[in-house]
Design a binder for this molecule. Structure first.
Ligand code: ADP
Length: 246
């Protein structure tokens, strides 16, 4: 079986600013990877490179065994960007319509079938927002909107979910429920890559950790991360670490 994502020797700069320095890591299918590092450490940049949204200056990326620039099965990937939580989202469609869009990749130019609609309803049910189906996406709270985007990814039968700080601005209770949802999606076989600033959440939830600060400081199972010095090394003496347990 091929890996979900394979990053090899990736270096990337924004102009003069080196954002990633010779980073290599492999995300296996079924992994729940927590991607952590201080502010400005290159997490979002690495995620964008993994998904083929930006091209590295050096190095290579494979998605499901294919060079990322040749990868054409976008429906296999669900990406929830940081902006997805912010208010004033531009989607004037209902939640149900948004989630049905997840089926378009499968039907091409033909119309959605009853089965496509049923898959979309099931996705709404899975993430617990069936009752919001007729609301407009831009009228949802941040947490509800995250769920709508995840439901869309499920409807498209994504097997990799990439989430960039999905619970910023989401209240604690909804956040816990959201992470329980991620756990159950991961248990059902979906690969998850999660950027999250709360180290406690990441070490509770993820089975593997990649800790970066331009360079990769650690990549391995969560236990070995907790026992290592990677956290203090990557965050440095001046770094502020959000660290609490539930
Ligand atoms: P993180 O997600 O860990 O906060 P980013 O990947 O967003 O970090 O950013 C890494 C570094 O690259 C930071 O120093 C940031 O200021 C810089 N950076 C990010 N995006 C851009 C951009 N579009 N242009 C110039 N510099 C950028």
């Amino acid at each position: 079986m091929s890996s979900a994502v394979d990053v090899r020797d990736v270096t990337f700069s924004y102009g003069e600013k080196l954002a990633l320095d010779d980073v290599s890591l492999t995300v296996e299918e079924g992994d729940f990877l927590g991607l952590i590092g201080p502010n400005g450490s290159g997490k979002t940049t690495l995620l964008h490179i993994m998904l083929g949204l930006i091209e590295p200056d050096r190095g290579s990326v494979e998605l499901f065994g294919n060079p990322v620039d040749e990868f054409d099965a976008g429906e296999r990937i669900g990406y929830v960007s940081q902006q997805a939580t912010s208010r004033g989202g531009t989607m004037p469609v209902t939640v149900r319509e948004c989630v049905r869009m997840g089926r378009f990749a499968h039907v091409g130019h033909s119309r959605l079938t009853d089965e496509d609609r049923a898959i979309a309803e099931q996705a709404l049910e899975t993430v617990g927002i069936s009752d919001l189906a007729d609301r407009r996406v831009n009228q949802l709270s941040g947490g509800q909107r995250q769920r709508a985007y995840i439901a869309r990814a499920l409807a498209s039968e994504a097997d990799l979910l990439a989430l960039d700080e999905p619970t910023v601005g989401v209240d604690a209770e909804s956040r816990d429920a959201f992470y329980r949802l991620l756990d159950s999606l991961n248990a059902s076989g979906i690969t998850i890559i999660l950027i999250e600033h709360d180290i406690g959440v990441v070490t509770d939830r993820a089975d593997r950790i990649a800790c970066i600060n331009t360079e990769l400081y650690h990549h391995g199972d969560t236990e070995s991360f907790v026992e290592s010095d990677a956290l203090s090394e990557a965050y440095g003496a001046t770094g502020t670490v959000v660290h609490h347990h539930h």
